[in-house]
Design a protein around this ligand. Structure first.
Ligand SMILES: CC(C)=CCC/C(C)=C/CC/C(C)=C/CC/C(C)=C/COP(=O)(O)OP(=O)(O)O
Ligand SMILES: O=P(O)(O)OC[C@@H](O)CO
Ligand SMILES: [Mg+2]
Length: 246
């Protein structure tokens, strides 16, 4: 059986440190047509904020058949609750401080006695926007050309057995050529792209190159109608990749 993310064209990433647009609910997020929800962010994350979002969001996800995953930014934000589909744990391949590759994970394994390993998976992050909080936090080396990004993707899949490679341009629209280079470098791993997706066209552009696009800020800034357009863009691009002559 293939991994669930192999079927995903689109993910909404909810930041527990930000609010939904006035009048919108987690059910509305599920009804955008997105394939999955990830909950996580870099700054301002606490266990309390995570708990506040996780419970109602997982309940909405169950009702609408949309899987909900925690994407923790540090061990203190991993909340265990019924109804979650699992945990997508980042590991940052181009981090300047190797704590973000394995160190915090070791601390997590030491302190958390409830880790459900069967539902815990990694995402091999390559962080590419030097101005993002995640780049600052992990001291990532974002000064990489397309060849280097492709090589990171290759080693993530081939040497480290990663099933998900995540090109993270958080907050800015990335370089489409870099995304294509990473995509070409991968055989079976699923390529996630996140950063600056704001409408049909941007989702379609990156959805034609990566397997899955992740939409973050838009859901908080513009709301669910705007997200729905990105779902359409990502899904149409996915279809065109499967049936190029249509
Ligand atoms: C071992 C455990 C449980 C956790 C550690 C996981 C690691 C290595 C995290 C490092 C990378 C990281 C912080 C990932 C969080 C997801 C992410 C990139 C969110 C986007 O953040 P930004 O958009 O940069 O930040 P804000 O939107 O919060 O400003
Ligand atoms: O917030 P944006 O720029 O959409 O980025 C999405 C996601 O990749 C952030 O981790
Ligand atoms: Mg962000």
């Amino acid at each position: 059986m293939s991994a669930p993310w192999a079927e995903w064209d689109h993910i909404v990433k909810l930041d527990p440190d930000k609010s939904l647009v006035d009048g919108e609910s987690y059910a509305d997020v599920c009804e955008t047509g997105t394939d999955a929800i990830e909950i996580g962010g870099t700054t301002g994350m606490t266990e309390a904020k995570m708990t506040e979002v996780i419970e109602p969001c997982a309940a909405a996800g169950r009702e609408h058949d949309v899987p909900v995953y925690i994407e923790p930014s540090h061990p203190g934000t991993v909340v265990h609750t019924d109804g979650l589909s699992g945990y997508l744990v980042p590991t940052v391949f181009n981090a300047g401080d190797i704590a973000w590759l394995t160190g915090v994970h070791k601390e997590w394994a030491r302190m958390d006695t409830e880790i459900d390993w069967d539902r815990t998976h990694t995402e091999a992050y390559i962080v590419l926007n030097p101005d993002s909080s995640v780049a600052e936090y992990t001291q990532a080396n974002c000064d990489l050309d397309a060849d280097e990004v492709a090589a990171y993707a290759t080693i993530a899949e081939r040497l480290f057995g990663q099933e998900i490679v995540y090109l993270e341009y958080s907050g800015t629209f990335g370089d489409p050529e870099v995304v294509t280079a990473a995509s070409d470098a991968l055989d079976d791993a699923t390529l996630f792209y996140g950063g600056g997706i704001g409408d049909y066209d941007t989702a379609h552009e990156m959805g034609g190159r990566a397997d899955t696009v992740i939409v973050g800020d838009l859901v908080h800034d513009e709301g669910c109608d705007a997200v729905r357009e990105t779902v359409r863009g990502a899904k149409e691009a996915g279809q065109e990749r499967i049936e190029p002559d249509r």
